[in-house]
Design a protein. Structure first.
Length: 729
């Protein structure tokens, strides 16, 4: 390289007045200034191929052993409205095989700013490069680097107008180009110098010290997961109004954080499938729509459209995940679990009623817009009063050493910083764990304090200050009892089994199984390992807790839990056994203790004060056990005589009750799969025996409907029967 120091000195002197004015102006307007030199002491702060460079001079020189690529990276101050000044030299005519790059990157971003010197068309090019796209921000004219040797003084600036300025001096003349507005990149805090060269160019590169200037230091915001709200989705597109209704599936979301945030290297997840997203900033309160580019005409101007060829199943998990596993706004949806069911056939979106409660999928509803969707328009409904279910706890650990309490809050929560001071660890929006500082003796009851300020995801405070817990012991004989069971449910209803802790200790129920009375087969686990019952606590295990709660409101919805495995289809003729995992039988249903010789569909068996199993008669009370006196062997019978509806046919039942006096008959239609029924009719009084013909209009089209009939005795006892009715045309 022909006396590169002399060449650089001449170049610098030639434009000294220009850069002195520029440097003074930058320093006057900046709060941050740093000069990155290249002495041997500076090499300690660098990473990369440090042995490929000569240190200790005013310039950093490449001195590589052979051809290839050499990189050197170091930290720089992250400043707003920043500028970088650097001189570079290449003692040759650059080409695609021999060129130089300068890269700027923020630690919190996968995207970077790249200045390429002579890689293509003998020109300067300023690029924004990310994991999914590359964009040219600014470039010089072609051919300006077509020289025997290149010595450049470069300036790269980013201003408050969100534009990049690329300026350069070559052969004594100053030029610059301005980019269009681009606000994707975060202010960088590291710089990388990169040389690509053949063997004959291994010592022909040099860099001057780098001057970094800018305004106040930049700090990266820490967005909260609950600031991202999924608010609407359309999975089964079936346009209701041609040209007006969306014809492609979409997902709508709103960012409610206090400041703009960059989504760089993020992906939208639908189940396990990831859809990589282009880099973009999202402003506070901005609505974002993910979906096909053809949706652009349906999206209002104030909303942002991110084109994606989405494929949405009718039920899945939505999540937004960052490059380091950050999880925002996960939502489990099911397009079929909303009434009326005919809208599940397509064309209608599922949307949140309230923006702040969109994190609670149970509060979502079908869009009532004429087009079937309100794409790009966030929900504006008022938040509803929603009860907060109690947390479900499990204990995990080896023996009694370092036990861990796993807490399922059953609805998305918004963890607070104070939680970490209490040794709480959050593993998801609904799950947390804690390692207690002290632990009670096995079987004893203790309490854990809930972190102060803990809120639901919609901002409502968590209503419990303490959680009861204890290190459970395995139940012994008579320590736990079977108190109610439903093994012959009405059509499309789930089975359930109810247990009660009869002991003064905390008992382990994660090691309990249902089977036939002798334990010969049908072993089914009731709960997860580590689950427990507090003294006196009652809990019903159902195959579908929500269904059981809807169909049997006489019980306690808070004490109906999902069974770990399907409850075996045992009958009153066979009985049932409750076993520990080591084979010890704790309780059993003895057919000889059934007060009646046979049960009835949809009616549970309950343990009475007379220590016999009796029919509940009022369609069960799962999760709520009380001691009651025995009832007669049978209150009576209700039998379906005519099960068709249509034309001149109407459903008819015959009934015969034991108790004299006027009985009240009420009826309604109930959708079988959802357990959602209309209001009961006002009712008609009848004698205790006779026929009842359905007085309801035809059931709605679509789905399977049950004819629910409720009989109320003269003394106030309620008996419900339900029959699947078939429609004829």
């Amino acid at each position: 390289m022909p006396n590169s120091a002399t060449l650089h000195l001449a170049t610098l002197l030639g434009i000294l007045s220009l850069f002195m004015g520029l440097s003074v102006n930058l320093r006057a307007q900046s709060d941050g200034y740093e000069n990155l030199t290249w002495t041997w002491a500076d090499s300690v702060a660098c990473q990369g191929d440090k042995s490929h460079f000569r240190w200790g001079e005013g310039f950093l020189h490449l001195d590589a052993p052979t051809g290839g690529t050499s990189e050197l990276k170091r930290r720089i101050p992250a400043l707003r409205d920043y500028a970088y000044q650097i001189d570079v030299g290449m003692a040759f005519n650059p080409s695609s095989s021999n060129y130089m790059e300068i890269q700027w990157r923020a630690e919190a971003s996968e995207s970077m700013l790249i200045l390429r010197l002579g890689k293509t068309d003998d020109r300067l090019e300023l690029w924004r490069a990310g994991p999914h796209e590359e964009v040219v921000l600014a470039a010089s004219s072609s051919g300006i680097l077509d020289l025997p040797a290149v010595d450049l003084s470069l300036v790269v600036k980013y201003g408050p107008d969100h534009r990049y300025t690329l300026g350069w001096s070559i052969q004594g003349s100053w030029n610059e180009v301005l980019s269009t507005p681009d606000s994707i990149l975060l202010p960088p805090n590291e710089i990388l110098l990169r040389a690509v060269y053949t063997a004959s160019r291994s010592d022909k590169f040099s860099w001057s010290p780098i001057t970094v200037t800018g305004k106040c230091p930049f700090t990266w915001p820490s967005p909260r997961a609950m600031d991202w709200h999924f608010t609407e989705l359309l999975a089964k597109s079936a346009p209701l109004l041609p040209g007006w209704s969306p014809e492609q599936p979409f997902v709508e979301a709103v960012w409610t954080g206090p400041s703009p945030v960059l989504l760089d290297g993020w992906s939208l997840y639908v189940g396990s499938r990831a859809y990589p997203l282009p880099s973009f900033w999202v402003s506070a309160g901005e609505t974002v729509v993910f979906g096909d580019s053809a949706l652009a005409d349906h999206i209002p101007a104030e909303a942002r459209h991110v084109p994606l060829a989405l494929s949405l199943p009718t039920a899945s998990l939505l999540a937004l995940k960052g490059p380091r596993g950050e999880l925002w706004g996960s939502l489990t949806y099911d397009m079929s679990l909303v009434s009326p069911s005919d809208k599940a056939s397509g064309g209608y979106s599922l949307e949140a009623h309230s923006l702040m409660q969109s994190c609670l999928p149970s509060e979502w509803q079908w869009s009532d817009d004429p087009s079937g969707a309100t794409i790009g328009r966030p929900p504006d409904g008022e938040p509803r009063g929603i009860p907060t279910p109690p947390a479900r706890l499990r204990i995990w650990g080896l023996g009694t050493s370092e036990p861990e309490v796993l807490v399922d809050f059953q609805m998305p929560m918004s963890p607070v910083h104070e939680a970490t001071r209490d040794a709480w660890e959050w593993t998801g929006s609904t799950m947390a764990s804690i390692h207690p500082y002290a632990w009670p003796l096995p079987g004893a009851v203790d309490s854990l304090r809930v972190p102060a300020g803990l809120c639901r995801c919609d901002g409502h405070p968590y209503p419990w200050d303490w959680l009861k817990v204890g290190w459970p012991v395995l139940p012994e004989n008579e320590g736990i009892a079977l108190t109610e069971w439903l093994l012959d449910p009405l059509p499309y209803e789930p089975r359930f089994v109810e247990l009660k802790n009869m002991s003064p200790q905390v008992l382990e129920v994660g090691a309990l199984f249902l089977a036939d009375p002798e334990g010969a087969g049908f072993w089914r686990r009731l709960d997860e390992p580590g689950s427990f019952l507090l003294p006196g606590e009652v809990r019903a295990y159902s195959e579908e807790p929500k269904q059981t709660s809807k169909r049997y409101p006489s019980g306690s919805a808070l004490q109906i839990w999902p069974s770990q495995e399907a409850i075996p289809p045992l009958s009153e003729k066979e009985g049932m056994g409750l076993f520990r995992s080591d084979g010890l039988r704790l309780a059993a249903v003895d057919p000889e203790k059934l007060l009646s010789s046979s049960g009835q569909e949809g009616v549970s068996w309950r343990w009475s004060a007379g220590e016999r199993w009796v029919l509940s008669g009022d369609s069960a009370s799962p999760g709520l056990h009380h001691v009651f006196e025995e009832v007669p062997v049978s209150w009576g019978a209700v039998r379906l005589e005519q099960g068709w509806y249509g034309g001149n046919l109407r459903p008819v039942v015959s009934y015969a009750w034991r108790q004299d006096g006027p009985w009240l008959v009420q009826e309604r239609w109930t959708q079988a799969h959802l357990g959602v029924g209309a209001e009961w009719t006002q009712g008609v009084q009848v004698e205790r025996e006779g026929l009842w013909e359905c007085g309801l209009p035809p059931a709605p089209n679509g789905g399977v409907w049950l004819w629910d009939i409720r009989f109320t005795s003269p003394k106030g006892h309620v008996f419900r029967r339900s029959f699947e009715i078939r429609q004829v045309r």
